[in-house]
Structures are given as C-alpha cells and as structure tokens.
Design a protein around this ligand. Sequence first.
Ligand SMILES: O=C(O)CCC(=O)C(=O)O
Ligand SMILES: [Fe+2]
Length: 323
Amino acid sequence: MHIPLIDISPLYQETETANKFSVAQAIDKACQESGFFYVTGHPISQQRIIEMRQLAEQFFSLPAEQKQKISIKFSNNHRGYGETAAEQLDPNQPTDWKESFDMGLNLAPDHALVGKDRPLYGPNQYPESIADFQEKMERHYWDMLALGKKILSAIALALDIDETFFDDKFDHPLSVLRFLHYPPRVKQENNAQPIGAGAHTDYGCITILWQDELGGLQVQDVNGQWVDAPPIADSFVINIGNMMARWSNDRYKSTPHRVYSPSGKERYSMPFFVEPDFDTNISCLPNCKPENEEPKYQPISAGDWMIYCFNATYAYRNDAEKS
Ligand SMILES: O=C(O)CCC(=O)C(=O)O
Ligand SMILES: [Fe+2]
C-alpha cells in the first residue's frame, strides 16, 4: 500500500488554478485507494507544533487528581480527560493503553444549541493550573479547522462541485482537538508488542494527525497486512473517516488503523477530527453515484452519526450508572 505525500501549498495560491487542480486530483486518488495521505506545504508552523507538544506534556504530567477533576465522565458533551484504559477501540483486544484530553467548540450551557437534542455541544473542561491553556488550545483548534476546510475544498474541486460547498457546514463544528499520551509499557509475556490504540476506523469526516518522532501508527492494506505510517517531518497524516465514506457513497475509504506503542517509551500524538455542524445532512454528495442508482445510505445528521459511533466505543458512556 502506498501512502502518498502531497504538497498542498498550491491550494493557498489563489492564481495557480492548474496546480490546485492537480493537488485536488492527488487527494481524490489517495482517498479512493488507501484513504490515507500525508500533507506538507500547510501553514501550521513547526514552532506551533513544538508549543502544542509541550502543552500536552505539561497537561499529562499534572497530578492524577487534577486531571480527574476534569474527567470526561463529568461532561455531557464528551470533553475533558480520559484516563488510561477508558477506551477500547478494538473490542477484541484489551483496552487501549493511552490517556487523552478532548476539547472542541466551547459553548456555554445556556447557548441555544446546547441541550438534549444535540448532546455533543457544550462547554470544555480545562485544567486551572496551566497558564494560557485555553487560549493556546482554542487558537490551535481554529487553525487546524481552517486546514481541514482547505483540504475539503480540494475534495470539492475534485468532485466537480462548488469549491465552497463545505464552507457553510462548519459554523458550529463538532470538530475535536485531542491530545493523546501513550505511557511506557512493558512487553507482554508472549513478547507481542503492546497495543497503544486498537484497530479502528475514525468516525467523522477527515482526521488530521500529528504524531511524535517515535512512530507506531499502522494502516491496514487490502490484504489485512499492517503497514507502518511513520512520522515525516513537517507533515500531517490525513485519513478519511466513516462519515465521509458514507457521505461520498463509499467513493472514499475509511481504512482501519492502529497504534503500536514501542515498549519502554512514551509517545505523544495530536489528532484533529474535522466534523461539521451537528445538523449537517449527511446524504450522498453530488457526483458520487451513477445517475440511475439510488444512494447506498439513508440521510443522517452529522451529530446523530457521531453519537451512534461514540456509544459503541466508550465504556463510560455505556455505564449503567450514567443515564
Ligand atoms: O495516536 C495516533 O497516532 C493515532 C490515534 C488515532 O488513530 C485516533 O485517535 O483515532
Ligand atoms: Fe484513528
């Protein structure tokens, strides 16, 4: 399996239409073949990545009780700290060996969009003891969302739909910026490498992943073999999620991937999940099915789709104690 490296800088040059189109075609091809590609030539600086990594390290090294104070268990909208083993991405494997911090669009509890009908909207939970934590997270959130929308504009171009098609679908995005920390772990008895994150597909539209220099991300090819997707300097790994596979009538592939965390070493990563507004109608995109055929899937709202996927993964959401 080939995971291409695509220089997306032409997407930022308004006049270079031909180059823009060849980037769009390269992205479209990768999304159809492996569902994975790397991007370079994006506007997120190395300095910013270093800053965000330091912030993640600072956060995860807080005392356990401070992290527990903002546990995702206390959130109605899936924000905050997830302790090690809270998540089980592959139901056939032990729980994942990672801790997490999730943040998204920060809406006050009395905001008109917040309520029972749209359970993924609401406030973030931030640690009190790290200076400028909220500001730094939110600045990075909006910059990553802008990158996500740029990639979506290239997908629109490739599909021969209006380049701005996705723009108005991100007024109140469900997008999530996530810190992950895979603590060091000893090798198992059978000498199998420990699993950091079990095999899974992502739920949403597209994922933009930064991973540290250790590597460990693996992508499944069509024969079921695991192929390394090592870190490449100044790049992000982009992959298609289930919502986009559905939206594109399966033109695009949502491909299983997993993380093997090398024993004895800790690993950091930072996925950004690009998800549209809760009420976005996910029904077959233009030009994604033959004219005389029906779409493969029924329309569903982006929010209902995400809730359906979340409920299948997180132990705490299925906990009888939490109604
Ligand atoms: O940590 C990584 O490199 C990947 C994590 C991942 O696949 C996910 O959170 O969906
Ligand atoms: Fe993933």
